[in-house]
Design a protein around this ligand. Sequence first.
Ligand SMILES: Nc1nc2c([nH]c(=O)n2[C@H]2C[C@H](O)[C@@H](COP(=O)(O)OP(=O)(O)OP(=O)(O)O)O2)c(=O)[nH]1
Ligand SMILES: [Mg+2]
Length: 314
Amino acid sequence: MPKRRVHVAAAAIFNDQGQVLIARRPSIADQGGLWEFPGGKLAPYETGLEALRRELREELGINIQRAQPLIRVHHEYPDKHILLDVWETHDFEGEPWGREGQAVRWVSPDDFGRYAFPAANGPIIRAVTLPHDYLITGEASDEEDFDRKLKRALVEDGIKLVQLRAHDLGEDAYRARAERALATCREHGASLILNCSLEVFRAVDADGLHLPSRELMALTHRPIGDDKWLAASTHNAEQLAQAQRLGCDFATLSPVRETPSHPGAVTIGWHDLQQMVEEVTMPVYALGGTSRDDGDRARAVGAQGIASIRDFWR
Ligand SMILES: Nc1nc2c([nH]c(=O)n2[C@H]2C[C@H](O)[C@@H](COP(=O)(O)OP(=O)(O)OP(=O)(O)O)O2)c(=O)[nH]1
Ligand SMILES: [Mg+2]
């Protein structure tokens, strides 16, 4: 017999302190006793957003004013195939409470590790924890110039996720820059992802490692532990699938749009990006010709947000 297909709408509900509301599933329910992002099954003829509004009224007594798509997760449970259609909201009316007797709690994403979630929730937790903008560092005339540009992005643009990309530097110079960048990122509550050899990565102890697509394709297993972010650069569906197999936490997909540096190049475009992102269960940043102005567009087609050098590096 084919498995039952279940379509569920759920929400990451944020308060002003950046905490997210989680709820405990009743012990007798499916996945009982585990914590979840509130929501429930779509009724016939409902869209995901309609179901979400109804479920959050029923379960929490709140009215959603505005929500944006966050991630869509396909997951095979033993008895069913589930699609979790997850939205993010900061705008709602009312104070949420457990209208069905369920425990609810506001939790900082950094503390999700203390709660047990259903097996399908790993990618959702990563999407909720990751920001919507990913800065990739660009050129710097010297270290002072680098520090100034990095600080500007952290302070003025509020960047929380940085990839240190500097293929022009030798190992020692890269490592020195990485150590300084790490201190600066820590000061501003941002995470630093290194794009370098495993050796340098281990020596610096930054927050994650970003694999170039060529290295991604050469690997057969996840090269670092689960306590660090693992990211990868991808340019097509095959590379995205490999990132997923390897257990990457997130990926960039490029080039989405034409860039001034590559006019006339073949680009992916928003339509194909949507299809490629739907095939994987992983936050994906749209890269290549993208700026913050594309953020809503990118999220509307299923991306986590945008990655950019040009928009943030000045
Ligand atoms: N709401 C929600 N459901 C999740 C999450 N993770 C996860 O695997 N699920 C699964 C558990 C359930 O099989 C299904 C959600 O169905 P549900 O039981 O909440 O549906 P519902 O609110 O419409 O409840 P009911 O009327 O059918 O009792 O999705 C999550 O984070 N949030
Ligand atoms: Mg529910």
